[in-house]
Every structure is written in structure tokens, then in C-alpha cells.
Design a protein around this ligand. Sequence first.
Ligand code: FEO
Length: 392
Amino acid sequence: MKARKVVDNVYWLGAIDWDRRLFDSLVPLPDGTSYNAYLIQGSAKTVLLDTVDPLMADILLFQLANIPHLDYVIAHHAEQDHAGAIPQVLEKYPGAQVLATPKGKGMLIDHLRIPAHRVTEVNDGETLKLGDKTLEFIHTPWVHWPETMSTYLQEDKILFSCDFFGSHLATTDLYVADKGRVYEAAKRYYAEIMMPFRGIVQKNLEKVKSRELALIAPSHGPIYAEPTFILEAYTDWVSAAPKNSVVLPYVSMHGSTRKMVEYLVSALAERGVAVHQFDLAVTDIGKLAIALVDAATLVIGTSTVHVGPHPLVFYAAHLANALRPKLKFASIIGSYGWSSKTIEQIAGLIPNLKVEILSPVLCKGFPQQDDFDALEKLAATIADKHKENQLI
Ligand code: FEO
């Protein structure tokens, strides 16, 4: 892909990674991703904002072939998918200086072994004149590492936000065209890496919203020509109030737990509660993370393996605990063969979730009428709790 003009003297550079299916050896990428860099040519200075994943450095260097001089490389974030090609860029431009937050400088040195003398720290609110264009650095920590920042191009009112507002989406669309697709990809991205820092994301959101924004140009996915689209979405996701929904990840080995899940899902649906059901043996964990963004209640369904939860449930519970969603309630359902310590073990896995535990329902073998009655009661309790909290 060649460089593409965004506005006069501002260009999209970067690489579209159509075939990548996993990030951090953890996060599924069903739609690939992109690594967006941007070039700003002021009347006096030329700046590159971020680079690309080092595996695609050749694409960026090809796009820079006709750029004879670079004054600065702005490193919004030290993670390799944006900073990983900085060493090659610095080699091409021996006079260029990297600009980063103080924490970013340390991380660029630690992770990429960039020489300290090639990196200059920039403060929150500091500006840099490029001649006819002015950059303002806005520290936006924890979106999603401690060193992250954004850059605001004052004259063109463009916010370069790096991971913040990004979406893992490989597309030839320079700007958002399919809003539904981008919304889901951006929500998935928020859920997977931003949600644990919801409080500080909210503060960063207010901070960037105080600027007049014509465009938001993230480092993954298309540019937002209607910034309110993604700003409103983030405002909803970071808000304190969950929605009237239940997330129900489960594993069933011989059908007993699945029968309980089916019963509970039906009983909740009859009461007007939305349920997101995930068979952990086959689910995309990104979909589970998306559902956790809004849910008020988590119900974990598990078979019993060696008197404890199924290993996939350990994984899902650990993930939910790490993502710190705004859940208010949790419960456990499942089946066991002869004995079980499932409840104690799952409870020990989710200390970060500040939830009220609703009476679990565990049954021996295949569920019977008493078990279905207990599930009916659990559904009624969840629906009542949601109503008491005025969840919509
Ligand atoms: Fe897109 Fe945190 O790197």
C-alpha cells in the first residue's frame, strides 16, 4: 500500500496485516489488523508519528523512500507493533530524534534498545512547532500501557491517538465506512486491552474531548471522520452503569451442565434479561470480552474435573478477573460426579470482580426437578437484582 493523503501535508503511512490472526499470542484477530503511521510535513520540520510492526518495516521504508529528511519520530507507545520499526527508521535518518513521554523513553530503551541520546522526553501539554503546523502532546496513560500519549495537530484539528480508539481491522478504507463493523472491532479492542483501566480511560477521554476534533487517527483501523461516533461509544463503554445482560461462559463434558445452561438462559430470557452464552470449548475469547463490557452479571457454568472447575473455566475466570468489567453480580452453575470444590476454587479466581455472589446451583449428575427449580430461582433473583438497579 502506498502512502495516502489525509489532509494537506498529512499522510497515512503504514501496513495492513490482512492475515494476522493472533496478537500477543493471546488476542484473536478475526479481521486482521493494520499498523498506521502518519507523516506530517510542516513548512519547517517533518515528523513521523509511530512506525509499524517490525515484520512489516520494509513497507514503511518503501513509503519513506522519497522523504529525504526526517526531524522527529513521535513514539506514542513503546509496544512493538508501533515502535518496533523505529530502529530501522533511525538508521535511515541519523539526524532524527524520537519524542516520547518520560516513561516511554525508558521503555523504548528497555524494549527496543534505542540509544538514550536518540530519545527526547516531551511533557503533557508541550507543543512543537513544525513551521506552519503545531503539535501538542497529550499524555494519555494506560491506553493501554503506562507510557502512552496522543498528539493533537492544532491547525488541522486531528488527534493521533495510537491504540486509543483503535480497531483491529484490515481494510482498504482510509476512513470509517462500515460503522457496524468498526464499532464491533473497536469494542473488541477496548474490551481486550483498555477495559482493565476503565477509570483512567474515562479521564483520558474527557481530556481529549476538550479539544475541537475534526479527525481521530488511531494506529489500528480506519480514521474517524466523525469523531463523535467513537467518542460516544467509548463514553458508553467506560460508564459506570452496566446493562440488563448476563454473560454465561460454560463448559459441558457430557451434557449435564449444558442442560442447566439451556434452562437458565431460557428462564432469564422469559424475564427480559439478555444473555450472551459461550461454549468455552469453541468460543472466540474476543466475543466473550465484548459481552463483558456491558454485562451486569456473570454466570459461570462448569463440569467438574478432579473435584474442581474444568481447566477452560479457570482460563475464562482468570481472564474476566484481569479485564475487570463493571459486573455487579456473579454466580456458578454446573454438574459434578461425586464431589466438588468448584465454588471455592472459582471464587478464589475472581478477587478483582467486586460482585455480589448469588446462590450457586450445582447438581450431582444430570439435573433433576429440584435443580431446575433452583435455576428458576436464580433467574428470578438475577432479574430482580437487575430491576432494583434500574438496568436497561
Ligand atoms: Fe497497538 Fe499496544 O499496541
